[in-house]
Unconditional design. Structure first.
Length: 128
């Protein structure tokens, strides 16, 4: 069994993780701190963008892999992949550059909906 869609998403997530981590590290250098946020709002936002990604991306990949492995229809697998990637990019953008809540709110709504769909499909397949 190959995980073509999950592999693609994992590759995208790896690049996004490095980009978010690098932005955090570069800001730490700029404000001359190695720990905490030095009370710098930009660094705080970068830390949370990176942290939120690290909190949610692994679960998204696990769910996507299980749905793909479970033989879900291609449209479902690709839709989940698009939702996971799109929501992670939109959330990072919202954390780093937006001065309002809507981008993050939309991202989290999309992501949680995708979690519910993936989780529901997996439970239905297990029970049914």
């Amino acid at each position: 069994m190959s995980f073509h869609v999950t592999s693609l998403v994992a590759g995208i997530f790896a690049l996004l993780m490095v980009a978010l981590s690098l932005q955090t590290s570069l800001r730490r250098i700029a404000v001359r701190t190695v720990a905490m946020d030095a009370k710098d709002d930009i660094l705080r936002r970068r830390i949370r963008a990176h942290g939120n990604f690290a909190e949610y991306a692994p679960t998204a990949l696990i769910l996507l892999a299980l749905v793909e492995y479970g033989g879900a229809p291609g449209a479902l697998v690709w839709s989940l992949a698009a939702a996971f990637v799109g929501s992670r990019i939109l959330h990072a953008f919202g954390m780093l550059y937006a001065n309002s809540i809507p981008p993050r709110s939309i991202a989290m709504t999309v992501q949680h909906t995708a979690f519910l769909v993936a989780g529901g499909w997996l439970l239905y397949r297990f029970i049914g």
